[in-house]
Ligand binder design. Sequence first.
Ligand code: NI
Length: 257
Amino acid sequence: MSNIRLIDTHSHIDMIEQISIDEVLDNASANDVEKVILPCAYPKDIDRIIDITEKYDNVFAYLGVHPSEARDWDDSICEKIENHVSSGKKVVGIGEIGLDYYWDKSFNDIQKDVFIKQISLANKLNLPVNIHDREAHKDTFDIIQANNKNSTVIMHCFSGSVEFARECIKAGHYIALGGVVTFKNAIKMKEVAADIPLDRLLLETDAPYLTPVPYRGKENQPAYVRFVAEEIAKIRGMSLEELAGITTQNAERIFGF
Ligand code: NI
């Protein structure tokens, strides 16, 4: 029996096209991935994501609206999410929320507004926040600092410098790393992986995107979080088992599952 225990803390298993969710989760189990957290991006997906978590024991949900979809926000979404949480659904955080200045900068103010509303919701429900920050490091960080009272902050798919990672750590945040760390030219991400305290590190795939080496270019899936773990273990000169164990304990501590 394997002593390796992994958790994929951000995986859009509902967007994987080439294999079914059953196959996705079988592959995950075969690669020692015990749990998967499925983030919500679109308001229309909230109920569907809850249905998936009801069907599969080891799938948990982040509910929220992605910054790129911020124009579809309406305040009734808060009530909808609250209802799922209060009725005991498997919601472990609010996400993915944040700022994305990469695709479209024309509605930054709406993104900020919707981000702040969702931080408040997470605070009210005492749930962690799963943060999407793409080319918006400063604004994302400042909004969290100014508005977050009590939620654990996870910087999903961290893409900043070592300096920014240290700033996040100092503020008490967690850093989640994915497939990019395995890319040969991802010098900055390898530096971050070497630098951050292990008790603040989480692993993820962001499947179906950002597939790690050796499957880069193909469709991603939670099983491949193992390659992320292997790369970071190598960078830090430790065993896969140890790195996997620590990051899994971090996730268990944050999410209480
Ligand atoms: Ni995502």
